[in-house]
Design a protein around this ligand. Sequence first.
Ligand code: UGA
Length: 430
Amino acid sequence: MSRVGVVGAGYVGLTTGACFAHLGHEVVVGDIDTDKIHRLAKGDIGILEEGLPELVAEGLSTRRLRFVVGAASAAADAEFVFLCVPTPRGSEGDADLSAVEDVVREIAPLLTPGTVIVNKSTMPVGSTALVARLLGAAGAVAELGVASNPEFLREGTAARDFLHPYRVVIGADDPAVAVRVSELYRDVQAPVLVTNPASAEMIKYASNAFLAMKVSYVNAVANLCEAVNADVREVTLGMGYDPRIGFEFLHPGPGWGGSCFPKDTAALLHTAARVDDDFPLLAAVISMNDAQQDRVVDKIRDALGGAPAGRRVGVWGLTFKANTNDLRDSPAVAIVRRLVEDGVAVRAYDPAGGESAAELVPGLEVAADPYEACVDADVLVVLTEWDEFRWLDFTRVAGLSTGRSIVDARNLLDPAAMRHLGFAYRGVGR
Ligand code: UGA
């Protein structure tokens, strides 16, 4: 079992630390946010993530998981240091690596020979080499290893994705370093792929961009379905049975969002531009996604008879997808913001992200439950696919709302049942 230092206690770092501790390693997670570290040390993880509170509690009780303030304390005694700090979108669409650079400079003098620095956060092609150069420039000892080990964690199922991954990718020029990193995953059942660092970095971006492309594609197909009287649900079912296509990531909606796809597609486009490649397919995937939000807003305006100002809309769902409390780059938040700017009175309910959304969108009213969101609403809008919205008492919903009109941007509800209750129903691609 190894001593693992994790720098950054966000989604990726916390999941990485808790799961490595579960696998038997001695883990120290460091973050500059003192309050967060104090909360984590008490087992309060502050995010909605299935199974993660239990793993953190387990790690704290076995003392294999510790939380400390600062990168240096996490890295000082480690055999492996996982860099899990944010790599947000820079001003040009590139990934901003300043947090990575600061951490590497800070920890470089502390590292002992044989330590391996592992890039876990999503970082552009060339970042593993950059870390190696920064270590050298910052006066680190020569005998260090560097590797890329990208994460493929979905928010909401991050712990499961870590412990039961589709694959483990390790990018390292030194085969001995790759073997050492792979040994950390000894008890994980998954194919391990060893590549050079650039390929590992590219695997991560190409995977996220491909998934984003699938969603943009199905959104485009859904729009076409509306025009030719086809039902996208039947279409994707018929497509998905072909294993070359598959069923996953073929659900149309208000566009992809979250902390990864928007940032990573922009960064990949930026990487392409750096080598004079326009990557028009990827550019279209991104612009298609922006247009999809416009289409949902247009549907809501239509449902309001083209005169949105002064009307009332009830919204179900604000997070960027279900089973997370994350509102970052949420299409739902962007759509709600545009409605509020149109002069619409919006009252929204979300099982996990409501209170924080009110801070992001001034003027947004937050409802305590899904029924309160419907009171006197001219139009009801489903923006996030929380399962609980399927099972509401729709007779009660019909009684509470003024206009019987639903825009279901996630195709969550049964159109026939809604029409039976007297609702005008607008879905996506059906
Ligand atoms: C994504 C990837 O799925 C992970 O593999 C990756 O590790 C992670 O980014 C990351 O880079 O860290 P996540 O951002 O949690 O994970 O979200 P996804 O579940 O991939 O969904 C992304 C967006 O696509 C959401 O807005 C979701 O609503 C949308 N989506 C997804 C659809 O509209 N339709 C679909 O069929 C699937």
